[in-house]
Write a protein that binds this ligand. Structure first.
Ligand SMILES: C=C(O[C@@H]1C=C(C(=O)O)C=C[C@H]1O)C(=O)O
Length: 163
């Protein structure tokens, strides 16, 4: 495989990890009645990503663009779950997970993802980046048994990774 593949794998794995939190976040908000969109929290996440990028010597603009897509993808999954649970209340989660726990997970993933983007560096501008990114996303989605909406959200989350 081309060298860019090894650099993209952690970016894709961490994006899938991040997306996996959306189910818990959706369930927490389903019970609390909080809206999917939390603008203040988004601002905090983006500020953390920018800070991490600077601390690691990465590109803050890349980190911000990718994290905006990550947040969008997370909301896509949350909205999908809520729509599903409105239509089929019997599928809705019985016990509410703790939103703070899910956010603690997200707070561990964000700097790791910014680190992976920083490590990928110039590889993100390599000619094969988009093709390798798509291939890696398919592999990770297959390995994790991700469903169609999950695969779409993963693609959304990765849309600004390659330059
Ligand atoms: C994940 C959450 O839902 C949304 C997505 C966010 C994210 O992906 O970091 C942040 C805020 C919310 O708009 C959350 O509220 O924590």
């Amino acid at each position: 495989a081309p060298p860019v593949t090894a650099l993209l794998a952690p970016v894709v794995e961490l994006s899938a990890d991040r997306l996996a939190t959306a189910e818990l976040v959706a369930a927490a908000k389903w019970h609390s009645g909080d809206p999917v969109e939390a603008p203040e929290r988004e601002a905090t996440v983006l500020a953390e990503a920018e800070r991490s990028a600077r601390a690691l010597g990465g590109d803050p603009e890349v980190a911000l663009a990718v994290m905006r897509d990550q947040i969008e993808a997370n909301k896509v999954i949350q909205r999908g779950r809520h729509a599903d649970w409105y239509a089929h209340p019997d599928r809705s989660p019985l016990r509410p997970p703790d939103l703070a726990d899910a956010r603690a997970d997200l707070d561990r993933i964000t700097p790791a993802l910014v680190g992976a983007l920083t490590d990928a560096g110039a590889g993100l501008a390599a000619p094969g980046c988009e093709a390798e990114l798509a291939r890696t996303a398919r592999r990770v989605a297959d390995e994790r048994g991700m469903d169609r909406p999950g695969r779409t959200a993963l693609a959304v989350s990765l849309s600004s990774v390659c330059a």
